[in-house]
Design a protein around this ligand. Sequence first.
Ligand code: ATP
Ligand code: MG
Length: 203
Amino acid sequence: LSTRGNRHSVPRIGIMGGTFDPIHNGHLVAASEVAWVYDLDEVVFVPTGRPVFKLDKVVTNAEDRYLMTVIATASNPKFTVSRVDIDRPGVTYTIDTLRDIHAARPDAELFFITGADAIAEIMRWKDAEEMWSLAHFVAVSRPGYSSDLKNLDIPARAVDMLEIPALAISSTDVRRRSEDGEPVWYLVPDGVVQYISKHGLYR
Ligand code: ATP
Ligand code: MG
């Protein structure tokens, strides 16, 4: 994978998929670091529709998750948000996300950004072979999760590992804190703190 310092002839686009319930500073640091190391022109945040790994859980409605993602990313000129997953009916599969972004930006080289926990699920992902052909995969470190690829049946050249500044933040913890009335300042961007309280999410 070519990284910084090379001259790139095609646009390089990162894809940061997630439930973003809510988006937090761990997501933003990961996207920012991958953008820097891989010299990306843009990172597209893609809130999931119905996440396939969370079918048994209650997830905040897509419009609130989408708006919080827009608020959190608005100040970064390289960050954008896509509605492809929330506008596609049914369960979200990563292969569909990649196909849709590829169709919208056929000229671009795609980099799918994922945390150490999500990469472990990769084997259960549908159409893995086609995924490797559509994008590079960058697995970022995440506190509390090991990112050992050795035991997983993943082609070595398909996934790159990247150490990022560790932020032990999860959406689960932000939701739990909100529910218990504990502060979430500085775990999520200010606008997201205010959106959560204005709309009474996670109570
Ligand atoms: P939840 O606790 O509800 O599962 P989450 O914090 O894991 O939420 P997701 O929306 O599930 O957030 O994650 C989207 C992507 O971001 C995943 O690939 C996940 O591994 C990655 N990610 C989430 N939090 C971090 C973090 N603190 N550092 C690095 N990567 C992260
Ligand atoms: Mg998660």
